[in-house]
Design a protein around this ligand. Structure first.
Ligand SMILES: NC(=O)c1ccc[n+]([C@@H]2O[C@H](COP(=O)([O-])OP(=O)(O)OC[C@H]3O[C@@H](n4cnc5c(N)ncnc54)[C@H](O)[C@@H]3O)[C@@H](O)[C@H]2O)c1
Length: 253
């Protein structure tokens, strides 16, 4: 018996990944601060089970406790998708100290603490697959997204250094780097952009984003979940330390 651990799995890309792994027969532990959506998701019926555990990734103790509970209930973790993340848009001159701290605590420290808690168990098995949630901002800058971009650049570097250190333990580490995906997180982003550039016209803001991508549209969460699944499986056995763009051609330009 083994399990898949997914942080930030209550909504968005994380929830799509939870459904993908559970539909393939894996038992999935969802670790998130969003209890309502997480518990609703856990009621869905798939080939594998879904169990919700409340956890705040920005607290080293909290995430360790939740991971240990998941392992006790579902068995050792074969796969981790460290996906939890937040975005708070602001120009440099309007940055709030609280937002700077929160974004770094969740997106960067959270990824480190999550990997630490899960890899501690994987080390005992001498095997494991870790997928980190990067972003197109591992490669490109974006307006109003200074601190978020900095954390995703850091997650890209984290992926590489972790892959070097954990290879000897039989653990692979890769990152997915999506461009814009329709999720609750981007709802907030596009409200900000609509107000700033499109007189509050949300539809126009989304259309401008789609037009910027060579593929002509933004992504659905399931299109990212499929790549996460591939990176976690033996079919990608020679991949580690890779930053995989899933971006409709954004960074090919
Ligand atoms: N949507 C996009 O366009 C896009 C693009 C590239 C990367 N990403 C990344 O994908 C990941 C998922 O984002 P999403 O777009 O699905 O948004 P989302 O808001 O639907 O998902 C984020 C999840 O993380 C959870 N979360 C937030 N803070 C947490 C904490 N402290 N502890 C535990 N869980 C916490 C939220 O409750 C939520 O369930 C994020 O890391 C985000 O940066 C998103």
């Amino acid at each position: 018996m083994s399990c898949v651990i997914i942080t930030g799995g209550s909504t968005g890309i994380g929830a799509a990944a939870v459904r993908k792994f559970a539909s393939e027969g894996f038992d999935v532990a969802v670790l998130d601060i969003n209890t309502d959506d997480g518990e609703t998701l856990a009621k869905e019926k798939h080939k594998g089970s879904i169990t919700f555990f409340q956890a705040n990734v920005s607290s080293k103790d909290d995430i360790k406790e939740a991971v240990d509970k998941a392992v006790e209930k579902l068995g050792p973790p074969a796969i981790l998708f460290a996906n939890a993340g937040i975005q708070r848009l602001s120009s440099l001159f309007d940055l709030k100290e609280e937002d700077v701290d929160n974004i770094i605590n969740v997106n960067l420290k959270g990824a480190i603490y999550t990997v630490l808690a899960v890899a501690t168990h994987m080390r005992e098995q001498k095997s494991g697959n870790i997928v980190l949630m990067g972003s197109d901002q591992a490669f490109v800058g974006k307006e109003g997204s200074i601190v978020y971009g900095a954390t995703k650049g850091a997650v890209a570097q984290l992926t590489k250094s972790l892959s070097v250190e954990l290879s000897a333990l039989g653990i692979r580490v890769n990152a997915v780097c999506p461009a814009t995906v329709k999720t609750p997180l981007t709802d907030g982003v596009f409200r900000f952009l609509a107000d700033k550039h499109f007189d509050g016209n949300l539809e126009a803001a989304w259309q401008a984003e789609a037009d910027m991508l060579p593929i002509g549209r933004v992504a659905e969460p399931s299109e990212i979940a499929e790549v996460v699944y591939f990176l976690s499986q033996p079919t990608s056995s020679f991949m580690t330390g890779a930053l995989v763009p899933v971006d409709g051609g954004l960074t090919a330009q």
